[in-house]
Design a protein around this ligand. Structure first.
Ligand code: ATR
Length: 277
């Protein structure tokens, strides 16, 4: 994902991929996946499909008729609404209640997957942090936190503590985790993250200058790893506070790199052995 490569010539055989969003001006996924496809020698292109929530169902119905469609990425605000517009979704996407990548199968069926949480856990693994057997403290119970919570439990953590401003959302997430994974050890707790191996900010706090910290950073200890979902700014106030406490910190960016790889695999954008490209 470094220097963008020029797209291949578009021909009658080019697979077309979309990204569905509103607003859409800020997206970076097309640039990165087009570069990846160019590098892989794939005859495909990803373009923006700017669509408002009210028109999402109409657009998806129309896309079903498009035989050259390879699939599409789905982002804010459509990740929840797209679930019921797919023909099938993965078990984890169904549990989370959101989809961010949809593949068009050869028979035209639209199959949805949710890669946000898997990308987050993959980013940790790529940094040499294996959450298996670890205790995790997660601040937040919104869209991002839901995906991360399920991915952590699927990755075999020993214990999950959820803390969210709106308690009902944390209760709801814990109940859905318990239903899907009856053996999972999930608790709801306060802003105090002590006693956990990995501490994660899954809220949107830290995006804006002057945001309060999402948890009580004074309680952090040097043996804890503190990770962010926020990518911009790269070093949030929480990470700065954690660094000052002697914790190992993990930025939000590796989640994106890992997620792009997962999307490329799910959408069939990589050259396969024996492909004639
Ligand atoms: P995303 O898709 O980015 O996760 P979201 O679903 O709107 O966005 O979730 C935002 C998360 O940040 C929620 O956990 C939210 O807490 P609430 O469920 O109580 O709304 C949390 N959050 C946002 N602003 C907050 C604030 N000022 N104080 C505490 N938590 C906040």
């Amino acid at each position: 994902m470094t220097t963008p490569l020029p797209p291949r010539e578009i021909t009658g055989l080019t697979r077309v991929y979309g990204i569905l969003a509103d607003p859409i001006h800020h997206v970076k996924t097309p640039q990165m996946l087009n570069t990846l496809m160019a590098r892989e020698g794939r005859d495909g292109v990803m373009v923006p499909f700017h669509v408002a929530s009210d028109d999402l169902a109409t657009l998806v119905a129309g896309l079903r008729a498009m035989k050259s469609l390879g699939g599409f990425v789905v982002t804010v605000p459509h990740k929840t609404a797209i679930v019921d517009l797919c023909d099938a979704v993965s078990d984890s996407a169904r549990r989370i209640g959101a989809v961010n990548t949809v593949r068009r199968e050869a028979d035209g069926r639209l199959v949805g997957e949710m890669l946000d949480g898997k990308g987050f856990v993959g980013g940790l693994l790529a940094a040499g942090i294996d959450p298996k057997g670890k205790s995790v403290y997660l601040a937040g119970a919104g869209g991002a936190a839901n995906a991360i919570a399920f991915a952590f439990v699927e990755a075999g953590i020993s214990r999950l503590t959820i803390a969210n401003r709106t308690r009902a959302k944390a209760d709801d997430l814990a109940a859905r985790l318990a239903e899907a994974f009856p053996a999972a050890n999930v608790e709801i707790d306060t802003p105090d993250p002590s006693g956990h191996d990995i501490v994660v900010n899954g809220t949107s706090l830290g995006l804006k200058d002057g945001d309060p910290l999402p948890l009580d950073a004074a309680r952090l200890a040097p043996e804890q790893i503190v990770a962010e979902v926020i990518m911009q700014p790269e070093e949030t106030a929480l990470l700065t506070a954690a660094r000052a406490k002697g914790c190992r910190i993990h930025f939000g960016k590796p989640m994106l790199a890992c997620q792009l790889d997962l999307m490329a695999d799910f959408l069939g954008m990589r050259a396969l052995a024996g492909d004639d490209k």
